[in-house]
Design a protein around this ligand. Structure first.
Ligand code: FAD
Ligand code: NAP
Length: 315
């Protein structure tokens, strides 16, 4: 049997929202516990240059997240490497079960579980996941030195991944279902100027094809969305970059959600449908989904939690 830890504020998640909540809740003398989850540092640990974090014209995503972690730690936020597998929000104190066997009880909870990569849902994508199909160029790009690669998607992530992969690949084909990108203009300009990248407009991935033994990718079959014409593109790596979905599994049956699983908060605050439970960052934001907005919401959540606890006489 694991031990039980009680805290005034339990922060679930270690992205910009979680660590910022950790800094603010610590400085409010709430002695928070922050549980990091499976991806310490969150989504920014899967990227390279970040150019829109105020104060840093350029910073590596993983470095920025280590700095945030150190900042929270310096304020005496207790940071624990665990994953919350179950969360009971039916009564206070709230109860969270950790994968480690530890049970956490908390007077207030800040949810900052962020978002996860979306997949296309093709059987062949599933089959070759980890064997040529990936959703993280930073993690897996190195394996494709001198090889041809395809990237699927048309947002910031897809364009950044395509650009990053040109460091390794001989050619990168960007497959997008429209002929217009939704990425920032500065990224689009870099993409269009890069001689190693060839955009393939109006196409969708139909199937990943490859060898059985050893399991490995040899190419993709893509379909023109207007004519239906199928084309085969040889490649060794397939990077799916079609966006992210909120990581709301823990609370999908207990908190109000909307827009496909984003936790609903009261306008202008981080209050969820359960008093004492606050949500911040990509978990609750289907519009902006940026590091700086997530950090801002982490700050709001800590301040909202502090006010809630004071009203309950719990501080
Ligand atoms: P996340 O960063 O998603 O972190 C979620 C955290 O929750 C993780 O630590 C995870 O381990 C934890 N967690 C999840 N489930 C559990 C659980 N059950 N128990 C415990 N912990 C859990 N934004 C920018 O502003 N600039 C950029 O340049 C930029 N580049 C990006 C590049 C890529 C490739 C991607 C994918 C995103 C990028 N973004 C960028 C978006 C930015 O990363 C996100 O907006 C931001 O990370 C969201 O922060 P968050 O704290 O809400 O959640
Ligand atoms: P996104 O902006 O939601 O873009 C997803 C892309 O994938 C879109 O182009 C979409 O096509 C395409 N797509 C979605 N589902 C598809 C499907 N089933 N088949 C084929 N294509 C599909 O996601 P994102 O690029 O991951 O960005 C997420 C958030 O993080 C955004 O807010 C973004 O600004 C932020 N971010 C910021 C930076 C940065 O600031 N440098 C970097 C990365 C991410 P359509 O265009 O046709 O819809």
């Amino acid at each position: 049997m694991g031990d039980t830890r009680h805290t005034k504020v339990l922060i679930i998640g270690s992205g910009p929202a979680g660590y910022t909540a950790g800094v603010y809740a610590s400085r409010a003398m709430l002695a928070p516990i922050l549980v990091q989850g499976i991806e310490p540092g969150g989504q920014l640990t899967t990227t390279t240059e970040v150019e829109n974090w105020p104060g840093d014209a350029q910073v590596q995503g993983p470095d920025l997240m280590i700095r945030m972690q150190e900042h929270a730690k310096a304020m005496e936020c207790e940071i624990i490497g665990d994953i919350i597998t179950d969360l009971d929000l039916s009564k206070r104190p709230f109860t969270a079960k950790g994968d480690s066997g530890t049970t956490y009880t908390a007077d207030a909870v800040i949810l900052a579980t962020g978002a996860r990569a979306k997949w296309l849902g093709l059987p062949s994508e599933e089959k070759f996941k980890g064997f040529g199909v990936s959703a993280c160029a930073t993690c897996d790009g190195f394996f494709y030195r001198g090889q041809e690669i395809v990237v699927v998607g048309g947002g910031n992530t897809a364009v950044e991944e395509a650009l990053f992969l040109t460091n390794f690949a001989s050619k990168v084909t960007l497959i997008h279902r429209r002929d217009e990108l939704r990425s920032e203009k500065i990224l689009e300009n870099r993409l269009m100027k890069n001689p190693k990248i060839e955009p393939l407009w109006f196409h969708q991935l139909e199937e990943v094809v490859g060898t059985e033994s050893p399991l490995g990718v040899e190419g993709v079959r893509v379909k023109h969305v207007k004519t239906g014409k199928i084309t085969e593109i040889p490649c060794k790596g397939v990077f799916i970059a079609i966006g992210h979905a909120p990581a709301s599994e823990l609370v999908k049956d207990t908190l109000e959600t909307h827009m496909g699983g984003y936790v609903k908060v009261n306008p202008g605050s981080t209050e969820t449908s359960v008093p004492g439970v606050f949500a911040a960052g990509d978990l609750t934001d289907h519009i902006y989904r940026q590091a700086v907005t997530s950090a801002g919401m982490g700050c709001m959540a800590a301040l909202d939690a502090e006010r809630f606890l004071a009203e309950q006489g719990d501080t």
